[in-house]
Every structure is written in structure tokens, then in C-alpha cells.
Design a protein around this ligand. Structure first.
Ligand code: MN
Length: 232
């Protein structure tokens, strides 16, 4: 057997404190409107069942510790938004995982950005069309190193923030999640069989806004270090 051309390389994320080890990415799942104050700023209220969308695995922009990643400003938009998110990295797959068992399936955690072409997403929403063009574009999923769960501290209550050019844009705590990590895994694994290598972007707190070329984004979740990128 041979391929008609070389397969694309496996997208992967550095693992913090592991030397050269990397986490191979299978799929990227994202949770929509999972912080109440962000749901409000997007025009919604209340605790609705969680909903999901996806990005291609090769949309990641992995950034190592101490590095400044390059985030290319995408085509077709004049309103590129940042969304800082806690990312859950799945190490053990499964379907119909109960919330009580969910933590056994987690390999670790990272800081990620769910970059969004908000103008295109809003257009698609209005027309009842899929969000792919607003959410699943190339380089739409920057991510810092994955910290193994045992070294990550209590991420469920950790501060989460994002600064642009040194000024606060988003600041909250993971405790504000509407659907917590275990509940999210329960819902997600009822819809898809989770696999090792899956990433879950768990949603963003309030304060989403536009960035421009030249901006420096610094995002963090306490205990997971910093994710730093420049828009180019
Ligand atoms: Mn998001």
C-alpha cells in the first residue's frame, strides 16, 4: 500500500515540563456560550443545554513556553475576536461518559484562544447557516503547552484572563462556567465517541473584542502558564 501523496503531519501540542514530548491532536470540540456574562453580551440569558461546534485539528497554533506565537490575521473579516478559553485535553476516550467518571479521561489542560471572525459568524447566525466560516478557519485555535492534570492545580476554580497590548480585556474564573468540565464531557461524549487526542475548548468569559495586526495577546489560566501571540 502507498499513499498518492505524503499524508499531512499530525498536529501536536507541546507537553509542559516533558522535554520533547508532544500531545497529538485528534479533534477540536468547542462549547458555545458557557459563561453567563458572555452569553448575555452575545444576546442570550439563562442555562440552556450545552451546544458544540468543531474546528479542524490543523487549525491549532501551538506556542511553546516563553515563546511568542505568530497569529496570521485571516481573510474575509474586519472583526477578528479573541476568546480566551480553558482547553481540556482528552487522554482516554469513551462514549456516554458519566460526569462522575469524567476526570479519568482527562490528560491535561492548556490555555487556548477560540479566534472568531465575528462578522462572518453573525451573518451565518442571522441566516441560520453553519458557523464553520466564522469559527473553523486556518489558525483559529492557538494553544499553549498542555500541563498534565496532576501538575495543573485546581483549574476548576482558577483565574482566566486575556490582555491585549498589556491591557485587560477578559478576566474571570473557571468557576463561572455554566457547564463544568465533567458535565461538558458527559454531554459531549453522548454525541460523539471521544478519542485520545481530542481537545475541548470549554467556552469564553465576557469581554470578547476585536484585535488588529500588530496586537500582542497574552492569555492565561492560573496554574497553566501564559500563552503569548502577536497578530501578523
Ligand atoms: Mn468560544
Amino acid at each position: 500500500m502507498s499513499y498518492v501523496f505524503s499524508p499531512a503531519p499530525v498536529p501536536s501540542v507541546p507537553v509542559a515540563g516533558s522535554g520533547e514530548q508532544r500531545f497529538p491532536v485528534h479533534r477540536i470540540y468547542c462549547v458555545g456560550r458557557n459563561y453567563e456574562e458572555h452569553a448575555k453580551e452575545m444576546g442570550f440569558t439563562g442555562r440552556e443545554p450545552p451546544f458544540f461546534f468543531m474546528k479542524p485539528a490543523d487549525a491549532i497554533v501551538p506556542v511553546g513556553a516563553g515563546e511568542t506565537g505568530r497569529l496570521p490575521y485571516p481573510s474575509l473579516t474586519a472583526n477578528l475576536h479573541h476568546e480566551v478559553e480553558l482547553v481540556v485535553a482528552i487522554g482516554q476516550g469513551g462514549r456516554n461518559i458519566q460526569a462522575a467518571d469524567a476526570h479519568r479521561h482527562i490528560y491535561g489542560y492548556a490555555v487556548g484562544l477560540d479566534m472568531t471572525r465575528r462578522d462572518l459568524q453573525n451573518n451565518m447566525k442571522k441566516q441560520g447557516r453553519p458557523w464553520c466560516i466564522g469559527k473553523g478557519f486556518d489558525a483559529s485555535a492557538p494553544i499553549g503547552p498542555i500541563t498534565p492534570a496532576a501538575q495543573a492545580g485546581d483549574v476548576e476554580k482558577a483565574a482566566i484572563w486575556l490582555q491585549v497590548n498589556g491591557a485587560d480585556r477578559q478576566r474571570s474564573t473557571v468557576a463561572q462556567l455554566i457547564w463544568n468540565i465533567a458535565e461538558t464531557i458527559e454531554h459531549l461524549s453522548a454525541a460523539w465517541e471521544l478519542q485520545p487526542g481530542d481537545l475541548i475548548y470549554t467556552g469564553t468569559p465576557e469581554g470578547v473584542a476585536a484585535v488588529a495586526r500588530g496586537d500582542v495577546l497574552e492569555a492565561g489560566v492560573h496554574g497553566l502558564g501564559l500563552l503569548r501571540l502577536q497578530v501578523v
